[in-house]
Ligand binder design. Structure first.
Ligand SMILES: Cc1cc2nc3c(=O)[nH]c(=O)nc-3n(C[C@H](O)[C@H](O)[C@H](O)COP(=O)(O)O)c2cc1C
Length: 182
C-alpha cells in the first residue's frame, strides 16, 4: 500500500480521434493512487481553472504529462495549461515552492522513428535536445525530471506493440520512485 500519489495530465487536442494517447490513458486510469486529468474535455474553451489545477498539483507527488508530439513540442492545450497554472508565487519565484521535490514524468508518442531523432536523422535533433524547455521548466520549479517514456513511430505501432508499451507505462506508474514524495 502506498501513499504516493500520481497525477496524469493527458493533453491531446481531440482524444476521440486519438489511438495512442487514449489507449495509454486507459491503461493507467484504474491504478491505485493515480488521478487522470484530461485537459481538452475539462477545458473545451481553453479557459483553465488555475486554482483547481494548482490544488491537484499540490495533492500529488509525481506529475505525469502525457501527450502526442506535435510540431516538436507539446500540443497547444498543454502549453495553455502550463501558462495559466505554473504561475509566479506558485511554481517559481518568491514563495513559489509548491512543486519542489515532486517528480516530473513525460510520456510522449511521436510519429517519427527513433532513428529520425538523431543529429544526422530526418529531425536533426535528439528528443533530449528538443525537450530542453521542459527540462528547464522542471529545474525552475524544483522538480526532478525522470527519464521520459517515449513511443516512437506511434501511428505504425501494432496492437501488440501498443499493448506492450501500455504495460510498461503501467509498470512505471506502479513503481513508487524512491526519490519522489515529501
Ligand atoms: C498537428 C500534428 C503535429 C505533429 N508533429 C509531429 C512532430 O513534430 N514530430 C513527430 O514525430 N510526429 C508528429 N506528429 C505525429 C504525432 O506525434 C502522432 O501521430 C501521435 O503521437 C499519435 O498519437 P495519437 O494517436 O494519440 O494522436 C504530429 C501530429 C499532428 C496531428
Amino acid at each position: 500500500m502506498t501513499s504516493h500519489r500520481t497525477l496524469v495530465v493527458v493533453a491531446h487536442p481531440d482524444l476521440a480521434a486519438s489511438r495512442i494517447t487514449a489507449a495509454l490513458a486507459d491503461a493507467v486510469t484504474d491504478l491505485d493512487g493515480v488521478t487522470v486529468r484530461e485537459l481538452a474535455s475539462a477545458y473545451p474553451d481553453r479557459r483553465v481553472d488555475a486554482a483547481r489545477e494548482q490544488e491537484l498539483l499540490r495533492e500529488h507527488d509525481t506529475i505525469v504529462l502525457q501527450f502526442p508530439w506535435h510540431w516538436y513540442s507539446m500540443p497547444g492545450v498543454l502549453k495553455e495549461w502550463m501558462d495559466q497554472v505554473l504561475r509566479y508565487g506558485f511554481a517559481y519565484g518568491a514563495g513559489g515552492d509548491a512543486l519542489h521535490g515532486k517528480r516530473l514524468q513525460l510520456v510522449i508518442s511521436t510519429g517519427g522513428p527513433e532513428s529520425s531523432y538523431t543529429p544526422t536523422g530526418h529531425n536533426r535533433f535528439t528528443m533530449a535536445e528538443l525537450l530542453r524547455p521542459l527540462d528547464a521548466t522542471a529545474h525552475l520549479c524544483g522538480m526532478d525530471m525522470a527519464e521520459p517514456l517515449i513511443l516512437h513511430s506511434a501511428p505504425r505501432a501494432t496492437p501488440e506493440e501498443l499493448a506492450a508499451h501500455a504495460a510498461r507505462y503501467r509498470e512505471l506508474l506502479s513503481a513508487v520512485p524512491a526519490a519522489a514524495g515529501r
